[in-house]
Each structure stands twice: as C-alpha cells, then as structure tokens.
Design a binder for this molecule. Structure first.
Ligand SMILES: Nc1ncnc2c1ncn2[C@@H]1O[C@H](COP(=O)(O)OP(=O)(O)OP(=O)(O)O)[C@@H](O)[C@H]1O
Ligand SMILES: [Mg+2]
Length: 310
C-alpha cells in the first residue's frame, strides 16, 4: 500500500473529507489558534463551538484558504491543500455560507441555485450573467434537473419564483445553503447558520441540514460553527470545542455534555447542555437580511476566484 507522503495518518479509515493538523495562527503577538487539529469524515455533521474570540472564524478562514496559517496543514480527502487558493479548494468540493446571507436582490430563489450550479460547472456563463443583465441566461436541462431536485430537498420548491428580497431570514439562510449545495460540494462550512433565527426557523433549518446529509449519495459533510449549543449537540455526531485558540475538547454530544473542562471553560454550569433544545439562540449578530443583500456578491466572487473572462 502506498500513502502519499503528504497525507495525515488515517489508519484503515477512509481519508477525512476535510482535515487540519497543527494549525497555528499568529496575528502579531496574538495567538489566535495554537496547534489545532480537526477532522471532518464523509457523511457527517461536525460542530465547532467556543466562546467569542476562541478562534472559530480564524479556523474557517484557514480551512477555506482565505487565511494562510503561521504553521499547520489542511487536507481534503487526503490531499494537502494548504498551498491552494480558496477557488482551487472550491473546485475540489469545499463550499461555505456566510453569517449574513449574501444574496442578489433582484434574483429569485431558483436563480440563486442556478448560479451556484453555474459557478462550479459553467464559470464563463456565471460571470456573463453577473456583468450583463439582472436576469440569468436560460438554464440548461441539466441545470434545471439538478436545481429542481435541490429545491425539493430544501423545501423551497413552493417559493422558487419568489425574489429573495422578499424572504425572511430563515428562508434566506436556506437559499444560501442551497446555493452552496448547488456547487456539488463534499464539505460545506456553515458560519452560524442559526444565528438570529426564531425557534421555528431553527427547527426547519436543522431538519433540512439533517435531511441533506442523510440523503447525499456522495458522502456530503457539514462543518458548522454555531453559538446555539443545544442545536449543535442535537445535530452533530462530533463536536470540537475551542477556547483561547486551543482545542480544549472533542467528542460525541454526550461526551461534550459531560466534559468538566467544557462546562468550566465554555458552558459554565448551564443546565441547557443537559437538556437538548433548551437553549435560546445566542448568535452574536442578529443581522437584518437587507444589510447582506443588494450588492454584487463579493464573497462568492472572491471564493471562486472569478474575474472578467479573458
Ligand atoms: N485579522 C485579524 N487581526 C488581528 N486579530 C484578529 C484577526 N482576526 C481575528 N483576530 C483575533 O483572533 C482571535 C480569534 O478571533 P475569531 O474571530 O477567530 O474568534 P471567533 O471564535 O470566531 O469569535 P466569535 O464567536 O466572536 O465570532 C480574537 O482574539 C480576535 O480578536
Ligand atoms: Mg467568528
């Protein structure tokens, strides 16, 4: 058996869809991450939690390629991607959503999923759509089939023709998830998908996320940063806990609930973690959707390295 020299040790297990080893990030004198390792196996929902300033977003930046670590490596399915750009990682199957939905005001729910598909599979058309008109060029048969299936899966078929500007935050988040999924990813990084959602919208989105992973034939995984600890514990098969840039715990939901270090460092003596579903979302930023909309979507463009066609 030959193992690529760059691959992390995986024993007999299949390579993790996404993994980080020894990740350290210094911002000047501040150590934002210190020797952090994390694995996202195929077909799993993995949680990443920790108090404000723990380093969660920094780790997302390192995983997605927007941030170069001081040291450490990132792997996708065993391939060392540490030196690869965000857009190269996107092409290898890494997608993400943002805390504030970044949607195109004038486009419908369906258009967003078509765009997601196009950004991965028809980059040239995607760019011409962005620069030319408010309406997309007509989808191909393949695009239509894939997008229709996704709309059904996400429960968005009923509002497929609705402009996103008219949507409440919970549905806008679903559209963001849908657009990420339309790129055909192996792993989706979700940045606080539940923040600002009420109980009903939270239940709906968590049910959809579970369904999406369970129904994936490609072993899709989600890595979720989230302050709503109860939802993370309910959804995730494994949770990583960061505090002051260090991984202070990792384990199954029951291990995390019982972990004295976690309780002391992060969760305090909150009864909430013993009672799944008992916590109110404490997302730091209850952003109004309008703030994230209306502009050309900087992030998706940056993420996929899109520039004017040559
Ligand atoms: N670009 C930067 N320059 C300097 N310091 C930074 C930068 N980005 C983050 N930090 C610092 O690194 C630490 C980790 O920040 P990070 O944003 O990763 O935390 P977080 O866990 O995402 O917190 P939150 O839950 O508030 O989003 C913090 O002390 C933060 O102030
Ligand atoms: Mg953050």
């Amino acid at each position: 058996m030959t193992t690529p020299p760059s691959a992390p040790p995986v024993g007999d297990a299949p390579a993790a869809s996404l993994a980080a080893t020894g990740v350290t990030v210094h911002f000047g004198g501040l150590v934002a991450l210190s020797d952090v390792a994390l694995e996202v196996p195929p077909a799993r929902i993995i949680g990443l939690v920790g108090p404000n300033g723990a380093g969660k977003s920094t780790l997302f930046g390192v995983l997605s390629g927007l941030l170069r670590p001081t040291s450490g490596r990132v792997f996708m399915s065993g391939q060392d991607v540490t030196a690869l750009s965000p857009q190269s990682r996107a092409r290898l199957g890494l997608a993400r959503t943002f805390q504030q939905p970044e949607l195109f005001m004038g486009l419908t729910v369906r258009d967003h999923l078509v765009l997601g598909h196009r950004v991965r599979y028809e980059r040239r058309r995607f760019w011409s759509d962005l620069v030319s008109v408010r309406a997309l060029s007509p989808p191909t048969k393949l695009e239509n089939e894939r997008v229709d299936a996704l709309l059904e899966l996400l429960g968005l078929a009923r509002i497929a023709r609705t402009p996103v500007a008219a949507l409440p935050l919970g549905l806008a988040r679903l559209v963001e998830v849908g657009r990420a999924l339309a790129t055909g990813p192996r792993v989706v990084l979700l940045d606080e998908p539940l923040s600002g959602l009420d109980v009903r919208a939270t239940e709906n989105l968590t049910a959809v996320l579970e369904r999406v992973v369970a129904s994936s034939v490609d072993g899709l995984s989600l890595l979720m940063v989230e302050h709503d600890v109860a939802s993370v514990l309910a959804l995730s098969s494994k949770i990583f806990v960061l505090d002051f840039g260090q991984l202070v715990a990792q384990g199954t939901p029951s291990e995390i609930r019982a972990d004295p270090v976690v309780r002391a460092a992060y969760l305090g003596d909150s009864d909430a973690i013993a009672e799944p579903g008992g916590v109110e979302a404490v997302g730091a930023d209850r952003a109004v959707i309008a703030e994230g909309m209306g502009e050309i979507n900087r992030n998706i463009v940056a993420e996929h390295g899109l520039g004017p066609p040559r």
